[in-house]
Design a protein around this ligand. Structure first.
Ligand SMILES: CC(C)(COP(=O)(O)OP(=O)(O)OC[C@H]1O[C@@H](n2cnc3c(N)ncnc32)[C@H](O)[C@@H]1OP(=O)(O)O)[C@@H](O)C(=O)NCCC(=O)NCCS
Length: 384
């Protein structure tokens, strides 16, 4: 297998954007191509992740973007895997470069939903659940993650205040990220006093609906060296799955797809969770970050909440989680999120993260899942 690298990255701001879906993808892609110091013709193929292109009247995005980039003859693939689309797309890019099919490819994720109503978006997002058993019975994502939070509180004695600390920490990180959607300092009291969305989760326990696009150039090491820009190595890649409906799982405070994807990624990288310097994890709701910290091996089962309470997951803690602000503050344009995590990790490991940089970081991990964790991909990166 080829050694796979990320050579350049680019992203739009996340939030409520005026640009069309296609414009956002073209802008982020052009930024990543420029950042890599290459031209569109150097790209062998593209992987474009998106879930609700239909909301902006454009699906079959791959060929449209290749045409905008002036390389319509190059192959492309549009990928949908709910909120995990970006990481699954990155995995396809990784696998194709590792296998030697292409020297360099483009991976871009994007979403545009804020021009629709909350009711529309909530309903469409629910189509990503196991709709027959969950969405159609009224269980939208806030409700499903609220069930996880309630179970976790019962099993491990966590409190609503504990979850609130996760949101406060991620908003603090997001304040340092010029591209974050919700750049606002909040307190535990703000979280506890915000509107109840699905008890015990309140407004500030939830990620927002966001627009945005993120992009990365994935290539083999020979290509990276020849083009001379800063690059990082992808040293581990893992995928996993879980039953789609929560009711079909053996437990709802562990997400098996995260466990299996991360085990595969750690094995490929030849490292353990202790070797990871920071991680971008899928904190669509505060409970998700806590469960992820355990499933990724950063804390024992039931102890993730203690790690959050003690500040161990803060930027200056022993395992910083979501230095970008995470889905909670940076935002969650669902097709883009997994690629956005790669952009953050690339910036962290190449010294381009500015004030939010994790000092001395050499190994970063990205974790992104679809729906309540039915599909998942984990990647591990190392500075060069
Ligand atoms: C929580 C939620 C229902 C709020 O949506 P909403 O009621 O339509 O909120 P609005 O867009 O009308 O915004 C109202 C205000 O709250 C703020 N806001 C919206 N969502 C927010 C969030 N998640 N956290 C903090 N503030 C938020 C807005 O900025 C706005 O502030 P302003 O009045 O100062 O401008 C929605 O964000 C949500 O469902 N989030 C989860 C998305 C999801 O499930 N993603 C998939 C995960 S698997």
């Amino acid at each position: 297998m080829e050694t796979v690298c990320v050579l350049g990255a680019g992203s739009t701001r996340y939030g409520r954007l005026d640009e069309s879906l296609v414009e956002m993808i073209a802008n982020a892609s052009a930024d990543a191509i420029d950042d890599a110091g290459i031209v569109p013709g150097d790209i062998g193929a593209a992987y474009i992740s998106n879930v609700f292109g239909i909301a902006d009247k454009q699906v079959h995005l791959g060929p449209v973007i290749m045409s905008r980039l002036g390389i319509p003859e190059k192959p492309s693939l549009s990928i949908e895997s709910a909120c995990g689309s970006g990481s699954v797309s990155f995995r396809e890019a990784y696998a194709n470069v590792a296998a030697g099919f292409y020297d360099a490819v483009l991976v871009t994720g994007a979403e545009k939903v804020t021009h629709t109503t909350t009711a529309w978006t909530t309903t469409y997002f629910a189509y990503c659940s196991d709709f027959f058993y969950e969405g159609s019975a009224g269980a939208s994502f806030p409700g499903l993650f609220a069930s996880m939070a309630r179970a976790y509180m019962t099993e491990y004695g966590a409190t609503e205040e504990d979850f609130a600390r996760v949101a406060v920490k991620n908003h603090e990180n997001g304040l340092l990220n010029p591209k974050a959607h919700l750049r606002k300092k909040i307190t535990v009291d703000d979280v506890l006093g915000s509107a109840v969305v699905a008890s015990p989760l309140k407004l500030y326990d939830c990620c927002p609906f966001s627009d945005g696009a993120s992009s990365a150039i994935v290539c083999n090491e020979k290509f990276a060296k020849e083009h001379g820009g800063k690059y990082v190595k992808v040293i581990g890649s893992g995928r996993g799955g879980s039953p789609s409906a929560l009711q079909d799982r053996n437990h709802i405070t562990t997400i098996d797809s995260t466990v299996s994807a991360s085990k595969a990624a750690y094995k490929a990288a030849g490292i353990t969770p202790k070797d990871v310097d920071f991680a971008e994890v899928h904190d669509c709701f505060t409970i998700a970050e806590v469960v992820n910290s355990e499933d990724l091996g950063f804390a024992k089962k039931g102890e993730g909440i203690g790690a959050a309470r003690e500040g161990r997951t803060a930027r200056n803690g022993d395992i910083p989680l979501n230095p970008s602000g995470g889905l909670k503050s940076k935002g969650h344009p669902i097709g883009a999120t997994g690629v956005g995590q790669v952009v953050e990790t690339y910036e962290q490991l190449t010294g381009a993260a500015g004030e939010r940089g994790i000092k001395g970081a050499e190994i970063g991990l990205t974790h992104n899942f679809g729906a309540t964790g039915a599909s998942c991909a984990v990647h591990i990166f190392q500075s060069v």
